[in-house]
Design a protein around this ligand. Structure first.
Ligand SMILES: [Zn+2]
Length: 275
């Protein structure tokens, strides 16, 4: 009896974690459990895990994009090519099915990446979290608003600290979030203001912000070009970055806004959304 309860609890925890992380992983986990049950074979844990991973990857690259496209969302590219210089910062965003958007958002991102490459050759736009494949109002945690296929996060452009050379397809934080472009002396400091006003969560992404790469700094000219191209896209309704970066890069578009203290810092990435 107690063993059955523990098994159920274990399954519920795995199902919840996979659903929160990937949306579809929990359902695939249940499908695999059903498969193991009807096969009536004493599988070892490692074999069960391998079958789950294979099934997850197979569905991630076949059935899920097919069904999602029927329901109005498409995956952003998994790899950059010469024609489409757009990719995830790391492949995890694609493998976890966190790269789905409405077709118009994918098209304008591809167009922006192509325009960007004309102005700054070799630049590849790196995206971070976008949305899940299915269901409006299903949030992609921890981003509560990434729930309708209309939102995506992008990495800034960076340069090598030592040589000043452009870094074309990477960012300082391995995970994309949590290594900030802090305000300089005299600049607006929303992090300080928000935390002083009790919004403790404002910089919590610092706990996941670790680096596996060489030291980088914000490449302000290229990031400004990227932001300008994005603001020129008529279907983009709002772009979120910290006010000190908007001022530092002398950007004036009303589309570029401060997200408010209830959210988290946006001086480690760009948030874009459709109207
Ligand atoms: Zn976002």
């Amino acid at each position: 009896m107690f063993n059955t309860f523990l098994k159920l609890l274990y399954s519920a925890i795995i199902f919840s974690l996979l659903t929160l992380l990937t949306q579809v992983g929990g359902i695939i986990f249940l499908l695999c459990k059903f498969f193991f049950k009807i096969m009536k074979v004493k599988w070892k844990f490692v074999h069960k895990s391998l079958i789950f991973v294979c099934m997850y990857l197979l569905l991630t690259f076949t059935l899920i994009p097919f069904l999602a496209s029927k329901l109005g969302r498409v995956p952003l590219p998994y790899f950059a090519t010469t024609d489409v210089p757009l990719k995830p910062l790391n492949i995890g965003f694609g493998l976890l099915n966190r790269n789905y958007v409405k077709p118009e958002l994918r098209n304008l991102l591809i167009e922006t990446a192509q325009q960007m490459q004309k102005k700054h050759p070799e630049t590849i736009i790196c995206y971070l979290d976008a949305c899940f494949p299915f269901w409006n109002k299903f949030p992609l945690l921890p981003h509560l608003s990434h729930n309708d296929g209309k939102k995506a996060d992008l990495a800034f452009c960076y340069a090598d600290v030592a040589t000043n050379e452009a870094i074309n397809d990477s960012a300082p934080a391995w995970f994309g979030y949590g290594i900030f472009e802090d305000p300089k002396k005299g600049e607006s400091n929303k992090n300080m203001e928000c935390k002083q006003n009790g919004h403790w969560q404002y910089d919590f992404t610092k706990y996941v912000g670790f680096s596996l790469s060489k030291p980088m700094k914000l490449d302000a000219p290229r990031t400004k070009t990227l932001l300008t191209l994005l603001t020129n896209q008529s279907k983009i309704g709002m772009i979120l970055i910290e006010p000190h970066l908007k001022n530092r890069m002398k950007l004036s578009s009303a589309k570029i806004r401060f997200q408010g203290c209830h959210s988290v810092r946006h001086d480690d990435h760009i948030h874009i959304q459709l109207y």
